[in-house]
Design a protein around this ligand. Structure first.
Ligand SMILES: *Cc1c(COP(=O)(O)O)cnc(C)c1O
Length: 356
């Protein structure tokens, strides 16, 4: 008997998440994972590596709570927001019985995490303008324990209407948890639903240090929810989810100086996004540059396969979104620094010159 056959059936069938890192590429301009272009500099201040770390490092929790405007009891810290996505499934979904629901085109990890645990996935395809199809969500709610909604949505970049979010929260009350993925909320902080926690016991908000805080390599994310939800998640989290160096650097990133730096990062990204959007709109071969509230632009090209391959061969790595429902011809471009944005435009100009 092969080892393969020993594995759980849903694991044998599983297609792992195609992360930007797994997809590879030989680039010098990495615009495929929505990372910040510049590495922040931190040094370690905690040195007791002989000791196990705190499960929920108190200073990190206190600082994130103050930053987000919630109480420490409403915060869970984990190994990236991705671990938060998974903990919710582990705490709320019975394999073979319960389901999660999400709204493509959207972030791929909701589906992958559910699949790993053998939990059914339901799909409520977004409308043509990438808003929630609330009627479709309502029709499919039987046995759904968890609804994931990403806003600003990855990869489309738009915000989900707050009235629709409230309607879904009303439908789900007493039946399902609604997890709003705010991984990119620092780029449009006014759109956060964090102030709604008092109104909805079943609202969960996912956050991360990977994007605006420029710390994707740190692996640190947050789940915000009412205290009894956090208590349930603490039952299923690993005993030591964050290493001591991670807690050390996360606390520094959430100091006043760290938050001020994050805000400068956001201002730089927004300025470069404006520049890239305008330059793309002036190019032949670009069908649509979709408005974005985030640190990437979704762009529909007349010939996205040629664009992707040509830039790839020049070391400019973008993210192909062709396979997502409704996104034929679309590539997602992370907002890099100005030089990286210029490299994209120069490469696209050369391409349209050769094909004109
Ligand atoms: C990047 C991203 C995450 C994952 O964040 P990590 O903290 O790096 O795990 C979660 N949700 C969305 C929508 C993302 O784009």
């Amino acid at each position: 008997m092969s080892i393969e056959n020993l594995a759980r059936e849903n694991v044998r069938r599983l297609t792992p998440y195609q992360s930007a890192r797994r997809l590879g590429g030989n680039g010098d301009v990495w615009l495929n994972a929505n990372e910040f272009p510049q590495a922040p500099e931190y040094s370690l201040t905690l040195h007791t590596l002989n000791r196990y770390p705190e499960c929920q490092p108190a200073q990190v929790i206190a600082r994130y709570a103050a930053y987000a405007g919630v109480t420490p009891e409403q915060v869970l810290v984990s190994r990236g927001a991705d671990e938060g996505i998974e903990l919710l499934i582990r705490a709320f979904c019975e394999p073979g019985k319960d389901a999660i629901l999400f709204c493509p085109p959207t972030y791929g990890m909701y589906a992958v995490s559910a699949e790993t645990f053998g939990v059914e996935r339901r799909i409520a395809q977004s409308t043509a303008d990438w808003q929630l199809d609330v009627a479709s969500i309502e029709r499919q709610l039987d046995n759904v324990k968890l609804i994931y909604i990403c806003s600003p949505n990855n990869p489309t970049g738009n915000l989900v209407n707050q009235d629709d979010l409230r309607r879904v929260l009303a439908l789900a009350r007493g039946r399902a948890v609604v997890a709003i993925d705010e991984a990119y909320i620092e780029f449009c902080p006014q759109a956060s639903t964090v102030n709604w926690l008092a109104d909805y016991p079943h609202l969960v908000i996912l956050r991360t240090l990977s994007k605006a805080f420029a710390l994707a390599g740190l692996r640190c994310g947050f789940t915000l929810a009412n205290a009894d939800v956090i208590q349930l998640l603490l039952k299923v989290i690993a005993p030591y989810p964050l290493s001591l160096p991670v807690a050390d650097i996360a606390a520094q990133a959430l100091s006043d100086a760290g938050i001020a730096q994050m805000r400068r990062n956001v201002a730089e990204v927004r300025e470069n996004r404006r520049w890239l959007e305008e330059a793309l709109n002036n190019l032949d071969g670009v069908d649509t540059v979709f408005a974005s509230e985030s640190n990437y632009l979704l762009v529909r090209f007349a010939d996205s396969a040629t664009v992707f391959k040509t830039l790839w061969d020049q070391g400019i790595i973008l993210r192909d979104q062709n396979k997502q429902p409704g996104l034929a011809g679309c590539l997602r471009i992370t907002i890099g620094n100005r030089y990286e944005c210029e490299r994209v435009i120069t490469a696209l100009q050369a391409l349209s010159a050769t094909t004109a």
